[in-house]
Design a binder for this molecule. Structure first.
Ligand SMILES: [Mg+2]
Length: 299
């Protein structure tokens, strides 16, 4: 925002001049005026600045992804060779896995594709997520591959393992999403490789954006060797989105983390965040921020 610099400079010069001219003791100013004059220039805090900066600029971010996908790759062939190995939770396994084709299931956003430029735009504009801007970003097809994801998915494909993407991108973003994945070098066998939000699953009623119905659909055709995601909902159904319930939901599957389920870091957005303010996105930004601060642990 360079256009703001001259204004700041002018203000600074004016303040310096004023301070320099205050030789005779000035008349005490009213309290209100003093409070106003003494208030430091405030910059609105942006909750997402550090998170997006880390995502884009910290090499540590890239290394976590690389480490996760490399570790998964080193385990994949053993999972393939074990006919009893399955990475779907019992509720989602509606057909026995024996004899089914092997697959790996991956979420897309912040799991294989990096959408941090969209978040960066929101920081610069001072805006908040909205569907229209998000769809426009998706249509640009500029999301880059996250480190390690292309190598892992190609490795899976080379070993006869289907690569299935389960995403909460809307169904009408199918074509642009698949094009973006292909541009980045991901294996995409065909439209059936993408199960977006609103995918019709006979006999299963999708609740909100939950992915359980789509996992059930996959369970009819595949033995799932591994799942990847940046959100709890990429793995289990989140019945009540509170911090305590989320921890409880994953409890039975902690033994699967790092072997069947691989979780990637997303500090920029996710259902963990509204869980801190009662899932009330209609609350003013300031109120949501206060609730997040109240949820911090300081010892
Ligand atoms: Mg995601």
């Amino acid at each position: 925002m360079p256009h703001r610099l001259p204004v700041a400079l002018i203000a600074l010069i004016a303040l310096t001049l004023l301070a320099g001219c205050a030789a005779p003791a000035p008349k005490p100013a009213p309290v209100a005026a003093l409070t106003h004059a003494a208030a430091p220039a405030t910059t609105p805090a942006d909750d997402n600045l550090n998170a997006v900066s880390w995502t884009q600029n910290a090499v540590e971010h890239d290394l976590v992804y690389l480490q996760t996908y490399r570790d998964a790759q080193s385990r994949l062939l053993a999972a393939l060779a074990d006919p009893r190995w399955d990475a779907l939770p019992g509720d989602d396994r509606v057909a026995p896995s024996a004899g089914l084709k092997p697959a790996v299931v991956l979420d897309i956003d912040e799991t294989v594709l990096d959408n941090s430029p969209y978040q960066a735009r929101l920081i610069r504009s001072g805006g908040e997520y909205n569907e229209a801007d998000w769809a426009a970003w998706c249509k640009e097809q500029k999301a880059r591959a996250l480190p390690g994801a292309v190598a892992f998915t190609r490795f899976a494909q080379q070993h006869g393992i289907a690569v299935i993407y389960v995403s909460n991108r809307a169904k009408d973003l199918d074509a642009v999403t698949l094009a973006n994945l292909r541009k980045d070098g991901f294996p995409v066998s065909g439209p059936e490789a993408f199960l977006g939000l609103g995918t019709y699953v006979p006999g299963c009623e999708q609740i909100g954006t939950e992915k359980s119905c789509r996992r059930q659909l996959i369970s009819r055709h595949y033995r799932v060797l591994m799942q990847f995601g940046d959100q709890l909902g990429d793995f289990v159904t989140v019945a009540a989105n509170t911090p305590a319930a989320r921890r409880q939901d994953i409890q039975p599957y902690l033994g699967w983390i790092g072997t069947r389920w691989f979780v990637l870091p997303n500090p920029t957005y996710g259902s963990w965040e509204p869980a801190l303010f009662n899932n009330d996105w209609t609350a003013p930004r300031g109120q949501r921020r206060r609730q997040k601060i109240a949820a911090l642990r300081d010892q």
